[in-house]
Ligand binder design. Structure first.
Ligand code: FAD
Ligand code: DLZ
Ligand code: SF4
Length: 524
């Protein structure tokens, strides 16, 4: 560390705040500031994160610290294996207060509720001024979302998204109407996979010395965590993240829209941007990416459905789930409207299942710390919903296994979007589907032991009886929902024997599931 200033402003930067444009350092003078970055055991172990996720965060943090130092900032960096590591953010800030005797602490609000609770205790704990600044990397502040959500019965994402379009001007015409005439082109974004998809591979970044050190550290300290380190190729600096974005805009955005919901066995990325890890860490600015997408449309390099789809995922869904998280916490983490109590099946950790779709999505998750949206939603999530898996166990799994997972984005997607555990505040109906949907949108069923066209009994796709079992057991709640109601007319037209076959078939399948050993997710 270079000579530290006297009574400086201490600026703690958390592992997912890696941008020089952060509100706590923007406009600060370098000779008056000490930046504190901390690798801490609490964060690395509150769930047993995928090995790639820890290596990615530590490597990105170390690279960012080096970049700040090169730019002339004083950075106090605490490594995980430093002898006196206090283990927690608060413990490390306390030690830094002793070292630097700051006149104030300036920190940007945390992404996660758990961490924000700890930060809010700092003013009482430390004998200096503590300023907690809003995280303005998001387009809508937490207060803005709260104002929007207040007094609304339904927090419809589409309405929020239109506000964000107006606010940013993205894909808006001068007359205030949406570009192309429609707000949303989702109906054009459901093309099943073709015979030959030829999606160009995403760039993988060879680990440099810093990343290799982090990979070795994770191998030594977290060897019992889920996942493989072999394929590590995530961008760990802003430069690398920009290269990943360049490749997406040059090679994949054109087909991003049409094939957004497609799934192909063994093809893990297809036309997705693979930028979520970089956006969430702070290496890429989400609004800047949306502006680039818009430019691609204006330059005639990508169709409106691709560009609008990409922009909607970011200024729509990403912003919305963040606002929803803060609006619904802390009760969202214990919500269980459907009273789902089954344990998470073991195969979520081992990929050992005869169901080809689940096996492939879990393999990709294990090897890449990534699965794309429709795999997370309509395969892994759909199964957890239909089988009635306990939301807490599903939440832990999603938080552990994805390199882009932070609770503010994981929890609304899991509890509210896939499990309907919030009772329908986010989704107007449960995303429940039978094997027919997966068969239509993927090539998984061709290589599966089960048949999607067989409805019950031996060899039937388990999603088929599970679908009706789910609908039957939640009838009281769901039949009032006008978007689901029609399903019950179909059910009611079946004779009692047929209904019983579905229910028996589902029960027989559920009997075969062995629950996972919970030590995969949480430390003892
Ligand atoms: P693309 O398909 O290229 O999409 C572009 C960007 O849009 C993404 O990078 C992401 O920033 C944003 N985005 C898209 N969908 C969503 C969404 N539903 N919520 C928030 N942002 C979205 N995303 C995370 O970043 N972290 C998570 O922990 C996470 N957990 C999820 C859990 C479930 C059950 C589901 C259904 C979705 C989850 N998502 C999560 C959203 C989405 O699956 C990932 O953002 C996406 O797969 C990342 O890959 P990509 O960058 O190639 O995305
Ligand atoms: C996820 C994570 C991990 C594994 N380790 C650290 C760490 O050691 N230091 C750190 O600053 N951040 C880490 N993170 C990310 C934090 O969990 C994340 O920044 C906060 O939880 C967001 O509120
Ligand atoms: Fe999945 Fe069913 Fe298709 Fe097998 S048949 S891949 S279990 S949807």
């Amino acid at each position: 560390m270079s000579a530290a200033p006297e009574h400086p402003i201490l600026v703690p930067i958390l592992g997912d705040q890696l941008t020089r444009d952060l509100a706590s350092i923007r406009g600060r003078t370098k000779d008056d500031t000490v930046i504190l970055m901390m690798e801490v055991w609490d964060e690395a172990t509150y769930v047993k994160h995928h090995k790639q996720k820890i290596a990615l965060i530590f490597s990105a943090m170390r690279h960012f610290a080096a970049e700040l130092r090169d730019a002339g900032w004083t950075v106090d960096y605490v490594k995980l294996t430093d002898e006196d590591n206090a283990g927690s953010f608060t413990g490390e800030v306390a030690r830094a207060v002793e070292r630097h005797d700051p006149r104030a602490i300036h920190v940007v609000e945390a992404g996660e509720w758990r961490v924000q609770q700890a930060i809010e205790e700092w003013p009482d704990k430390f004998d200096c001024e503590v300023e907690i600044l809003p995280d303005d990397r998001f387009i809508a502040s937490i207060a803005e979302f709260r104002d929007w959500a207040e007094d609304r019965d339904h927090l419809t994402m589409e309405h929020f998204y239109r506000e964000m379009r107006r606010k940013t001007g993205l894909l808006m015409r001068d007359d205030g109407k949406p570009e192309g005439g429609d707000w949303n082109y989702d109906s054009e974004n459901r093309k099943p996979p073709g015979e030959k998809m030829d999606a160009p591979p995403r760039p993988l970044f060879e680990p440099d010395g810093i990343t290799q050190e982090c990979i070795d550290l994770v191998g030594e300290q977290f060897g019992d965590h889920f996942g493989s380190l072999d394929n590590f190729g995530w961008p760990v600096t802003r430069d690398e993240a920009e290269k990943a974005a360049d490749a997406f805009f040059a090679e994949r955005i054109e087909k991003f829209g049409p094939y957004q919901d497609a799934m192909v066995c063994g093809e893990d990325d297809l036309y997705h941007s693979m930028l979520s890890t970089s956006i969430n860490l702070g290496l890429l600015d989400p609004l800047e990416l949306c502006r680039r997408a818009e430019q691609a449309y204006r330059d005639g390099k990508a169709p409106i459905n691709s560009v609008e789809g990409f922009i909607r995922q970011i200024i729509g869904w990403r912003e919305y789930v963040r606002g929803f998280y803060w609006h619904q916490m802390p009760h969202l983490q214990i919500a269980n409207a459907l009273n789902a109590q089954r344990g998470l099946p073991e195969f979520y950790w081992t990929a050992e299942t005869e169901m080809a779709c689940l096996a492939d999505c879990i393999r990709s998750t294990r090897d890449n710390a990534h699965a794309h949206h429709i795999q997370r939603l309509m395969v892994l999530g759909n199964f957890a919903l239909l089988a009635g898996i306990n939301p807490r166990e599903v939440q832990d799994w999603y938080l552990v296994v994805y390199a882009d997972a932070y609770e503010w984005v994981e929890l609304p997607n899991v509890a509210a979007m896939i499990l309907y555990a919030d009772g329908g505040k986010l989704a107007t109906k449960p995303y429940a589907a039978s094997g027919n949907y997966i068969n239509k949108m993927s090539d998984y069923c061709k290589g599966c032991t089960y048949s999607p066209s067989k409805k019950t009994g031996e060899g039937a796709c388990p999603f088929n009886p599970l679908y009706w079992h789910f609908m039957d057991r939640h009838r009281e709640r769901l039949e009032k929902n006008h978007r689901v109601g029609r399903v019950y007319s179909t059910w009611d037209r079946m004779d009692d024997d047929r209904k019983q076959e579905y229910l028996d078939s589902a029960e027989a399948f559920l009997e075969t599931l062995s629950p996972a050993d919970s030590s995969w997710a949480r430390s003892a």
